[in-house]
Design a protein around this ligand. Structure first.
Ligand code: SAH
Length: 364
């Protein structure tokens, strides 16, 4: 099988190119094309001799996953279903912000963490994504935005799609390195966010090897409640998590994000808010409250507006910076962390021209 060049760092590409008897400089040119210039074919690499492009085609591929569908809501949040080489399907979401776009990427097909409120968990774990499959999501998003004539840049990538990024540690870290490389994609590390349930050993490695912005999925202020919601909490206590968080470098003095999914009548009361404020007191964090995204297959309900407001107000009153995630893409179930390969539902909508993404109502 041909090697996909998106799997490699600049140095590795230079080595691969040298092995073909070519000057490493060619490696740099190719790397620029596939990262900064977002090339999707060798033929676009017009400053390479034709014969060289032909040789590259014989040895390597730049193949991208196939876009099966793109569903947009009124605000422009767009969810993509992508088909991988082995017919597995993952999702990614482009979210428009005030002055940039954010891309939410998947890191695994399915997930093994088993969180009770999460749709991806329902699929179980299928496999890890390869580096090129993670990078390809960025390439596809940039291509889509370019073809749509979008003026704002894709500036943030959040690893909050399907899967647990730190359970696919090596590949995720390599993808982060490639995305942050100044010679290539050039994403700022503080704009690359890894969201995790908190796999302690992996967090400790990340903190030494390649710290980025961090979002910790906490969801409960006590071990008891957390264990009910997230099986992983049986392995790692809140106390160890908090210690690890304290030791994690703050990229550019930023705050770490604590994600807290609000589940009606489960963890959305003032009691929990009090316990949470106590737990987080004095830490360099901000809390992002995520109203639960309901789904018929999930046993929880969305909290009331009053409960959300009350929870937020309480934390704010304790001096904790607290935001409530707007329910972007709710109608297209595109809210980050609410992804599942709803293949059948998605496959029937063939991919239309990118500048005419399907709206939800059209799709129905
Ligand atoms: N495994 C990683 C990243 C993927 S989930 C993690 O757990 O952080 C990204 C976020 O979406 C997590 O905070 C997750 O708890 C949240 N999420 C999952 N299912 C959700 C749902 N139904 N409604 C709202 N948020 C959800």
């Amino acid at each position: 099988m041909k090697r996909n060049l998106r799997n490699y760092t600049l140095e590795e590409i230079q080595t691969l190119i040298s092995e073909l008897g070519l000057h490493p400089y060619r490696g740099k040119q190719i790397y620029h094309w596939i990262t900064a210039k977002n090339a999707t074919t060798f033929d676009e690499m017009t400053d390479l001799p034709k014969a060289l492009r032909q040789r590259l085609k014989e040895h390597f591929t730049l193949a991208l996953p196939e876009v099966m569908s793109a569903l947009s809501d009124e605000e422009g949040t767009t969810k993509f279903a992508l088909k991988l080489w082995d017919n597995e399907i993952i999702e990614m979401v482009i979210i428009p912000e005030r002055d940039h776009y954010t891309l939410c990427v998947s890191t695994q097909v399915g997930c093994s963490m088993g969180c009770k409120f999460c749709l991806t968990a329902k699929m179980g774990f299928k496999r890890n994504l390869e580096v090129y499959e993670i990078i390809s999501q960025v390439v596809l998003a940039k291509k889509y935005l370019r073809e749509k004539g979008a003026e704002l840049p894709l500036r943030n990538v959040v690893f909050m799609g399907m899967g647990e990024p730190l359970a696919n540690y090596e590949r995720v870290v390599k993808a982060l390195r490639i995305l942050a490389d100044k010679e290539g994609f050039n994403f700022s590390r503080k704009r690359l966010t890894v969201s995790t349930v908190g796999l302690i050993e992996k967090l400790e490695r990340l903190s030494k090897e390649f710290p980025t912005a961090l979002a910790l999925s906490l969801h409960a202020p006590s071990d008891e409640l957390r264990q009910e919601l997230m099986p992983i909490a049986k392995k790692y206590s809140l106390a160890t998590l908090i210690t690890t968080l304290k030791g994690f470098p703050r990229v550019k003095k930023g705050r770490h994000t604590i994600e807290y999914v609000l589940l009606k009548g489960v963890n959305d009361g003032i009691e929990e808010a009090k316990a949470l404020a106590k737990l987080l007191s004095g830490l360099p964090i901000k809390v992002n409250l995520i109203p639960f995204n309901p789904h018929p297959d999930l046993p929880y309900e969305r909290p009331t507006e009053e409960a959300m407001e009350g929870f937020q107000k309480f934390l704010l009153s304790k001096g904790i910076l607290t935001t409530v995630r707007k329910s972007k893409g709710l109608k297209i179930s595109a809210a980050c962390g609410h992804l599942s390969a709803k293949h059948q539902a998605l496959q029937i909508h063939t991919f239309h021209k990118p500048h005419h993404p399907l709206t939800y109502s059209q799709a129905l």
